[in-house]
Ligand binder design. Structure first.
Ligand SMILES: NC(=O)C1=CN([C@@H]2O[C@H](COP(=O)(O)OP(=O)(O)OC[C@H]3O[C@@H](n4cnc5c(N)ncnc54)[C@H](O)[C@@H]3O)[C@@H](O)[C@H]2O)C=CC1
Ligand SMILES: O=C(O)C(=O)[C@H](O)COP(=O)(O)O
Length: 360
């Protein structure tokens, strides 16, 4: 008789290794693990499930969970906009996500993006100012990396500023004037700090000529239609987009106008995915009052690290052997038709990528 019935997204690494013997120290084992495609997990699949482990493509809400036996939901992701946390709380279903798990992967994506843009547009990064919107786990890491290289950063984060965070923040209007803007906010539709279309037509029009906008937060933080219109009208601005409004749908007209287009893989380092599953293993253990018997460091790959040289000229070429963002862009552009149905496949078959920055 299995102890726990677990349903997990098929793209989550190490679930069997971490969860199949969970509870065995109490003489319980043989948990049953069912792996399913995240976008197709249905209420029927969860009829007898105790634990549901998802990634960002499963909408977790009443429609999915009502009349199921799920008692714990874990999302091996930073973002939680796919989860109706109010519904879970009201129905006594424990929820845990994986804050910060892939923040380093995103920071490395952003660093590489900026380095690529600077090389292509012949920009001296010591004279460039980067505006960061959102200074949580990802944004803070981006700031650390860029400042360590001597690149000037300005930061906007009204929720943190209002909470009394002592760091120096600037207004969104000031961010609009930066040479590079990069978004690291959660997706929220309502409330004082809603981020839906935070970067809209007016914002893009206000950005200086020859500037760069990076969105690796959530698609709808950027008004995709407005981004297309602004570019179509002749504005001299570059876009590097990892996330798309309405994924797995992609606005292919906008994609054609990007400098780099990727299929929501900014955080897809091997380590980031492993940390995501591991954080859920820790959370389930805590929920059950069990010890974490498997240490994280036994699961992480030992990746070669890039040497911080402090040299900004030639930065992209020095990073490229560690992370080739142009190859990611090429994979996405090779999809000529029906990208909606190929988006998940691009992500599922994403080549192994290792983190290349040492401890920050
Ligand atoms: N493309 C990818 O592969 C990945 C994307 N993400 C996205 O990045 C987002 C940010 O991740 P973390 O930094 O780890 O989250 P976090 O929760 O640590 O930080 C988010 C920050 O945004 C700030 N914020 C909220 N509303 C804001 C607003 N209206 N204006 C300015 N700042 C605002 C918050 O105060 C907070 O400091 C996630 O919610 C997720 O959507 C995260 C990981 C991977
Ligand atoms: O952690 C997040 O937030 C992300 O955006 C993830 O990188 C998304 O990856 P999937 O959960 O969609 O595989």
């Amino acid at each position: 008789m299995p102890m726990w019935n677990i349903v997990a997204d098929e793209n989550m690494p190490l679930v069997e290794e971490l969860f199949s013997t969970l509870g065995s120290e109490q003489g319980r084992n043989n948990n049953q693990i069912k792996r399913l495609a995240g976008r197709h997990i249905s209420r029927k699949d969860l009829a007898d499930a105790d634990i549901l482990l998802v990634r960002s493509i499963t909408s977790v809400n009443r429609q999915l969970l009502e009349e199921t036996s799920v008692k714990f939901v874990g999302s091996a992701t930073i973002g939680t906009d796919h989860v109706d946390t109010k519904y879970l709380a009201a129905n006594d279903i424990k929820f845990s996500s994986a804050p910060g798990c892939n923040a380093q992967g995103v920071a490395e994506y952003v660093l590489t993006s900026i380095a690529y843009w600077a090389e292509l547009r012949d920009r001296d990064l010591s004279e460039v100012t980067v505006g960061i919107i959102g200074a949580g786990n990802v944004g803070s890491r981006v700031i650390k990396v860029l400042e360590r290289l001597g690149i000037r950063c300005l930061v906007n984060d009204p929720p943190l500023e209002d909470s009394g965070d002592a760091r120096h923040f600037v207004s969104l209007d000031r961010i609009q004037q930066c040479d590079v803007v990069t978004c690291h906010v959660p997706f929220t539709r309502s409330g004082q700090y809603a981020t839906y279309h935070l970067v809209d037509e007016e914002f893009l029009e206000s950005m200086p000529n020859n500037s760069l906008l990076i969105n690796s937060a959530r698609g709808a933080v950027l008004d995709n239609k407005a981004a297309y219109r602004v570019k179509q009208a002749g504005k001299n601005i570059d876009y590097i987009l990892d996330v798309w409004e309405g994924e797995p749908e992609v606005n292919v007209e906008l994609m054609a106008k990007t400098l780099i287009a990727t299929p929501h893989i900014a955080g897809y380092s091997q380590e980031g995915k492993i940390r995501g599953t591991y954080q859920l293993y820790q959370a389930v253990n805590q929920w059950l009052g069990l010890e974490n018997t498997i240490p994280l460091n036994t699961l992480l790959p030992q990746a070669p690290k890039w040497h911080w040289s402090g040299l900004l000229s030639g930065l992209y070429q020095s990073l490229k052997p560690y992370y080739d963002i142009q190859a990611d862009d090429k994979r996405m552009r090779q999809v000529k038709t029906d990208i909606r149905n190929k988006f998940d496949h691009l992500r599922k078959t994403y080549p192994q990528r290792l983190e290349f920055l040492d401890t920050l």
